[in-house]
Design a protein around this ligand. Structure first.
Ligand SMILES: NC(=O)C1=CN([C@@H]2O[C@H](COP(=O)(O)OP(=O)(O)OC[C@H]3O[C@@H](n4cnc5c(N)ncnc54)[C@H](O)[C@@H]3O)[C@@H](O)[C@H]2O)C=CC1
Ligand SMILES: O=C(O)CCC(=O)C(=O)O
Length: 448
């Protein structure tokens, strides 16, 4: 069985690599899903006939455009913008926008591909997409960021809309940028409707969307802990990143009684042997919001330049919440030596393929981002329905639904997962559960 899966996966990947050379991140994301689902497809007459995996590994379309804007010196700047609309099989295209110099079509194709399965797991009618630009906001003034967002949306607005494609935030795109983008959308289209999520609450945003990804990650982790016969109280947790997902995950983990021993940014690791406090997190948010580094850490914290948090401090749980491929085999190996038993991904694809294999060999419980970080897009889905109906939910009600959705995702994933030494294979369960839902829709449409 495993040999057949490996052989079928290799044949599939050879064709994909030949068609899309040099798209390493995209290949990595596709290979992981194909390995877990290709025999599900081959064993189902309708899915096999519809060639679901072949279709999903070719996005519906990739929109590519030039973004021209003026910097504070009056000089013309030119960036590249993209929207990858991967699949609208079960609902409108949905997924975030990322502004970072590392953004390429390969990165956005991997993120759009992952988003299809994640959005299916939420149980909501959401297709998958991702977009962004190679624009680097680091060192740019507020006015420059605003002008860039307005120029980006002047083009993107032609391709999105509440029933068609609904972008949201991702790295370097938070509530402020969504405000600039929504203002430009409204201006160009002359319509006020929910074409973006993550909006400010005064113009149609949902309560708790800002917190949803990080808090949802902790609710998912609570279920993983319960599955393993434990709970979060007293657990030591290493978190990477210092942005939206990382700081909200740290905040909620502390509220659940855990000891959070780290955060990090692209320059180094912020370590707290005795645990971070709510004040520490507020300091990190303030420093990052003002564009400063974390070197000037308050008492009780240690910032080590060039370091990662993995293995630097004892921790049983790892929450990588920064970016793709941030944890390689070496880093995970150090973390395992320091006590790691469980990983729940806050970022999208934060482990290299080698680290994924090591986690499996060493028997760690390992939840992929498409399951454990789905809380953000789930609340985006609720924002869309609140916009459509003009009726808004309280923060308490959104939190209650977020907990329920994360519990449902956990149970659905476990029900599709093989047990290894009594532990569910979360990666396999998430890939199969997401695949099945999308495949049922695609195979119902016929050859179109
Ligand atoms: N914002 C959301 O709702 C969701 C975000 N995600 C994923 O979570 C991850 C983080 O996104 P956000 O927190 O929204 O972005 P953000 O822009 O708020 O924060 C990103 C943080 O990661 C840090 N970072 C970047 N590269 C790093 C590296 N190589 N090492 C250590 N730190 C690094 C940055 O310093 C920054 O503090 C991304 O992978 C994103 O795709 C996933 C689901 C939803
Ligand atoms: O809220 C959304 O639409 C997208 C969130 C996102 O980009 C993600 O789940 O990776």
């Amino acid at each position: 069985m495993t040999d057949r899966r490996a052989a079928l996966t290799e044949t599939f990947m050879e064709r994909l690599r030949a068609r899309t050379p040099h798209e390493e991140e995209f290949h990595q994301a596709v290979e992981e899903v194909v390995y877990d689902t290709i025999t599900v497809e081959k064993n189902d007459h309708a899915f096999a006939g519809a060639r679901v995996l072949d279709r999903l590994s070719e996005p519906d379309r990739i929109i590519s455009f030039r973004v021209v804007w003026e910097d504070d010196d009056g000089a013309v700047q030119i960036n590249r913008g993209w929207r990858v609309q991967t699949s609208n099989a079960i609902g409108p295209y949905k997924g975030g926008l990322r502004f970072h110099p590392t953004v390429t079509p390969s990165v956005l194709k991997f993120l759009g591909f992952e988003q299809v399965f994640k959005n299916a797991l939420t149980g909501l009618p959401l297709g998958g997409a991702k977009g962004g630009s190679d624009f680097d906001p680091k060192g740019r003034s507020d006015n420059e960021i605003m002008r860039f967002c307005h120029a980006f949306m002047a083009e993107l607005c032609k391709y999105i809309g509440p029933d068609h494609d609904v972008p949201a935030g991702d790295i370097n795109v938070g509530t402020r940028e969504i405000g600039f983008l929504f203002g430009a959308y409204k201006q160009h289209r002359g319509q006020f409707h929910g074409a973006l999520t993550g909006k400010g609450e005064s113009f149609g945003g949902s309560a708790m969307r800002v917190e949803a990804t990080g808090y949802g990650l902790i609710y998912f982790l609570c279920h993983m802990m319960a599955q393993a016969g434990r709970d979060l109280n007293g657990a030591r947790i290493a978190v990477s990143g210092a942005g939206n997902v990382a700081t909200h995950a740290a905040e909620e983990a502390i509220a659940e009684g855990a000891t959070v021993v780290s955060l990090s940014d692209s320059s180094g690791a912020l370590l707290a042997e005795d645990g971070l406090t709510a004040d520490h997190i507020a300091w990190v948010r303030e420093a990052k919001g003002a564009g400063r580094g974390l070197d000037d850490a308050p008492k009780g914290l240690r910032y080590t330049r060039g370091a990662q948090p993995w293995g630097a401090v004892e921790a049983q749980v790892l929450l990588p919440c920064a970016t793709q491929n941030e944890m390689d085999e070496d880093a995970l190996s150090k973390a395992i030596d320091s006590g790691a038993k469980m990983i729940a991904e806050g970022a999208n694809m934060p482990l290299t393929a080698g680290a994924v294999r090591l986690a499996q060999q060493k028997g760690l419980a390992h939840a992929p981002g498409k399951a454990s970080n789905a809380g953000g897009v789930a609340i985006s889905g609720l924002e869309m329905s609140q916009n459509a109906h003009g009726q808004y939910l309280s923060a308490e009600e959104v939190r209650r639904r977020l907990k329920q959705i994360m519990g449902n995702i956990h149970d659905n994933v476990v029900s599709e997962a093989e047990l290894r030494d009594g532990r569910p294979d979360y990666r396999q369960g998430a890939n199969i559960a997401g695949y099945r839902k999308v495949a049922q829709a695609i195979s119902a449409f016929g050859a179109i």
